[in-house]
Unconditional design. Structure first.
Length: 189
């Protein structure tokens, strides 16, 4: 896994809980913590940090990963505004993941292995997103989607009917976007 993910995790945790909490998570996970954005690190290091955060905050690992995605998305928008500035809403932004964003990620971070997505864009009300990754970090994808919706002034309802963590071959996320302030609230079904 690329160091940029660890850098984002450190920034999110430090902003929300302070440097001492980050240091205590590194100690609990028995990880040195000197991550460079272009460096390659074992996926297990992220899982160890998530496990330490899960114990420390009494939250399930998936909730920690999802929270991280929500909080990291605005940081990505600050670091890489070119990917965000031409869009006015979440749906068209998400549809650029495979064709524009992830190829650029591979250029900037050689050796990066971002997940693959497929989309069923046939319904104007629901965007169906397939998620494929050996890492099974679908909770991170959900967090990024939720963070993107907030960035674009929307709320998202996410239904996750199939999931690799539950033994399915891929994850399917059904996404419905609504403007902030609409009568429906953000729900995760």
């Amino acid at each position: 896994m690329k160091g940029i993910i660890f850098n984002l995790l450190e920034e999110v945790i430090t902003q929300a809980h302070g440097e001492d909490v980050w240091d205590s998570l590194l100690d609990a996970a028995q990880i040195a913590g000197a991550f460079t954005s272009l460096g390659n690190y074992p996926d297990e290091d992220l899982l160890k940090l998530v496990s330490a955060a899960s114990l420390s905050l009494a939250q399930p690992p998936a909730a920690i990963i999802r929270w991280f995605g929500v909080r990291a998305l605005p940081l990505l928008a600050q670091k890489y505004p070119i990917f965000f500035e031409k869009f006015k809403s979440t749906r068209p932004f998400i549809l650029t993941l495979n064709g524009i964003i992830h190829p650029e990620v591979r250029k900037v971070y050689p050796g990066a292995e971002p997940p693959m997505f497929d989309f069923d864009n046939s319904s104007p009300d629901v965007l169906v997103m397939g998620y494929y990754s050996k890492r099974k970090l679908c909770a991170l994808a959900e967090g990024f989607v939720e963070g993107a919706a907030a960035y674009f002034g929307e709320v998202v309802r996410i239904n996750h009917p199939s999931c690799m963590i539950r033994g399915d071959s891929s994850c399917r996320l059904e996404l419905s976007f609504l403007p902030v302030g609409s009568s429906a609230q953000c729900q995760n079904l």
